[in-house]
Design a binder for this molecule. Sequence first.
Ligand code: SF4
Length: 96
Amino acid sequence: MSGTDGKGGKGGKGAGAGPEGPRWHVEVDRGVCIGSGLCAATAPGGFELDAARQSHPVRPECDACDDVLAAAEGCPVEAITVTLAVTGEAVFPPDE
Ligand code: SF4
């Protein structure tokens, strides 16, 4: 309750950043996903399509990586949301 300001790190800057970089929380809005498969092609270890051709993240929480971000950016309907796991701060789409 008191005495610490520790929210997952030392150093106090770089919200959510750990020794190997930030952890991300990845979500796919299945109501928006049109099953194009682009995300799974862009980040094969990051996304999979199920039998209904709905995408889902292989690991909802993962280390930050360019492939997952590229997949989110490349989704034609912006169904993919990436936030910092620790703070919930938007990574993609970015907050305005
Ligand atoms: S790129 Fe977007 S629309 Fe296409 S499968 Fe992935 S989440 Fe769904």
